[in-house]
Design a protein around this ligand. Structure first.
Ligand SMILES: Cc1ncc(C[n+]2csc(CCOP(=O)(O)OP(=O)(O)O)c2C)c(N)n1
Length: 669
């Protein structure tokens, strides 16, 4: 882009005091590279050789300045306009091209597009499309640095549009409360898609928000590489020594459409011109030429070298064969491989309530895994609302048992960040209902990250759930079906203290994200002899609680106890009773073999019927056991209403009585 004749002035002053010639020329080369790659991409786009492009032209000084300010082993979490982060980290270009073409030398085996990937090799953690979640992930990485006593910082990018998301607020607040060394880099480029800043936020500068979080902030001219590098590298140095979050607002402009096809019609011409003359690459070149550091010859030589690298690497990527579909590989990569290790226990047992078994499992897992961090609202000194972590602070300290602000999304994201740094995390939802406030990172980040770029999400989310406690629509849900639907998550739902402890221990050994459901009504009502030692139980194995010939009852959670009561009340019913314990993975073998034996099946779940896991189990049985069935598969669940508060209404809502009616009906069929 050439600087045009206009009345506007670039208004960029390059202060070279702190830099020698070599550094200045190196900055220039670094700036040129993403610019020239983009120019090539725009040509390929016009030729129909690539499908989509998000341009960062005009914003290169920010990516380059920030990346060069960080040490190579410090994590950067870039966005869709930060090509310079990838080039400055020296990722071979053919790998980037291959990534954009969905080929194997990219970073996602063709499973995700553009910059949506991470790489531990280059310490880059790419965005998910939802923009905001990575801000909280940066908190987790920074927390891990602090806990591991490493003097490192983490840089995370967002556009000004992304700052309107709750994730931004939550991440900044967490970082400030915990004094995490995160550099929050806001690239304020004037528009979020077509929305101008005046419709995005109503304060003068985004940096002004920092004061509300008790955080330091700076405004930086994002088109001036020397200002970016100078200020950011000084801040980085200071943050390493004195860990704290800093909010940086880079003023810049998006010179092309949101993505190429969408154009820039909505941007006033004057505004475009004003920023065109502030181009970060052209202005720096003019400066270097004027200072006689750069000659036209040297400039041309740089460009020729970079273009040659681009052409050669593009050729290599183009020559690479496309990815073939391999169903087994696709399915295998959804979860990280986990070799279950069985820890057996001695004979010594004690009678524990469900809640004590959970607490004991948690404590023993904390003793076993020094890298396990617990996070949740009121879980530290207060011990959690159900007292599961009572006295944990005394044993493990407040670094590992962390009270969090009320921000489910941000904390799930923080847990993800801890996992990226090789730690384990548990998030206690105060009530399972509140997971809806953290839903996005669970189903879109944790669930998909291994499939996308082979990164584990070693996170257990504990979910105190369920009705029967007169707690109304927002403290009673059993929302396992929100998660069993999503590939990439494991979903565990014990009904007994012994299972709860053993399965929870396994959840912490398993590097995959686990949603661990604990029914509140069982916490203090169900007791069992439980081994005192640490032990594990395998996922995906149902328990056959009763054996019979006439009917199979399939259930999980509190409903298992309703089924037991009903069967006790009707000793003439000769039933197999399967307690699933684990919903994902699901023990289909146990289900099918029981149904094939009895020929009749009734599935009892606490959740309302439609869309619950019982419906899928029913469909699987119909498909697999059709010829063995003597009656249609019966599903029993709660009413299709929210969960009411009053005792009589709640009793009517829950399926306990309907179960009794339906099983008797089924047996008569
Ligand atoms: C949660 C969510 N909502 C909407 C979108 C669609 N979207 C993608 S980028 C974008 C604009 C982002 O603006 P900004 O954060 O300022 O970044 P910029 O594109 O300007 O660099 C929008 C609306 C999305 N990806 N995710």
């Amino acid at each position: 882009m050439k600087i045009k004749e206009t009345s506007f002035q670039p208004d960029i002053e390059f202060d070279r005091t702190d830099f020698n010639d070599g550094q200045l020329l190196a900055f220039y080369r670094e700036l040129l590279k993403p610019r020239l790659i983009e120019e090539k991409m725009l040509v390929l786009l016009r030729q129909g050789k690539i499908s989509k492009w998000f341009s960062g032209i005009g914003q290169e000084a920010i990516s380059i300045g920030v990346t060069l300010s960080l040490q190579k082993d410090e994590y950067i979490l870039p966005m869709h306009r930060n090509l310079g982060v990838f080039t400055a980290r020296e990722i071979p270009l053919y790998r980037l091209f291959s990534q954009w073409q969905g080929k194997a030398s990219g970073f996602t085996k063709g499973r995700d597009r553009s910059f949506h990937f991470g790489t531990q090799e280059y310490k880059i953690v790419g965005m998910i499309s939802h923009l905001g979640p990575q801000l909280g992930v940066a908190d987790g990485i920074a927390l891990a640095h602090r806990l591991q006593k490493e003097q490192k910082i983490t840089a995370v990018f967002t556009g000004e549009g992304g700052t309107s998301e709750g994730d931004f607020h939550e991440a900044l607040n967490i970082a400030s409360v915990w004094q995490l060394p995160v550099m929050f880099c806001v690239e304020n480029n004037g528009y979020g898609l077509s929305t101008p800043t005046s419709q995005q936020y109503n304060c003068e500068n985004i940096a002004d928000r920092a004061v509300g979080y008790g955080m330091e902030s700076h405004i930086i001219d994002g088109n001036n590489i020397l200002e970016v590098y100078g200020k950011v590298s000084r801040l980085a140095e200071s943050m390493r020594k004195d860990p704290r979050p800093v909010l940086l607002e880079f003023k810049t402009f998006r010179m092309r459409g949101h993505e190429e096809a969408s154009g820039t019609k909505y941007v006033p011409n004057d505004l475009m011109q004003q920023w065109a003359i502030k181009d970060p690459v052209d202005n720096f070149r003019e400066f270097l030429l004027a200072e006689k550091m750069l000659s036209e010859n040297l400039d041309n030589q740089y460009k020729a070298e970079i273009k040659q690298e681009i052409d050669e690497d593009l050729k290599k990527a183009n020559a690479e064969a496309g990815i073939d579909f391999n169903e087994t590989e696709e399915l295998n990569d959804v979860y990280q491989e986990f070799h279950y290790e069985e820890f057996t226990h001695s004979e010594e047992t004690e009678e524990l309530r469900f809640i004590d078994a959970v607490s004991q499992g948690l404590r023993q897992s904390m003793q076993r895994h020094e890298n396990l961090v617990l996070m949740g609202q009121d879980i530290a000194e207060y011990g959690g609302v159900f007292k599961i972590t009572e006295n944990f602070v005394e044993e493990f300290g407040t670094e590992r048992v962390r009270n969090t602000p009320i921000c489910e999304s941000g904390i799930v994201e923080t847990a993800m960040g801890l996992s990226i740094k090789g730690m384990k995390a548990m998030v206690e939802m105060q009530f399972a209902d509140f997971v809806s406030s953290g839903f996005n990172p669970v189903v879109n980040y944790l669930a998909k990250v291994h499939y996308r770029w082979n990164q584990q999400a070693d996170v257990v989310i504990r979910m105190p759930c369920g009705a029967g406690v007169g707690a109304g629509p927002f403290h009673s849900q059993t929302n396992e079906a929100w998660f069993t639907k999503t590939p990439g998550l494991k979903v565990i739902y014990p009904a007994f203290p012994y299972d709860a402890k053993g399965l929870l221990n396994t959840a912490f050994n398993d590097p995959n994200p686990v949603l661990f459901f604990e029914h509140k009504a069982l916490y203090r009502s169900i007791r069992q002899q439980v081994p005192k030692d640490y032990y594990t139980l395998p996922f995906g194995k149902a328990a056959l609680l009763r054996e019979g010939r006439d009917v199979t009852v399939i259930s999980f959670g509190a409903a298992v106890h309703w089924a037991l009561e009903t069967l006790d009340a009707h000793p003439n019913i000769d039933a197999d009773l399967l307690d699933l314990r684990s919903l994902q993975p699901l023990d289909t073998e146990a289900i099918f073999s029981s149904v094939k034996k009895t020929g009749k099946v009734i599935i009892l779940q606490e959740d309302s019927v439609f869309g619950g896991i019982g419906s899928d189990i029913a469909a699987m049985i119909a498909q697999e056991c059709f010829e063995a069935l003597d009656a249609s598969v019966i599903r029993v669940g709660s009413l299709e209403t929210p969960i009411p508060f009053s005792k009589a209404l709640e009793e009517g809502y829950l399926p306990k009585k309907r179960f009794e009616e339906k099983i008797l009906e089924l047996l008569k069929y």
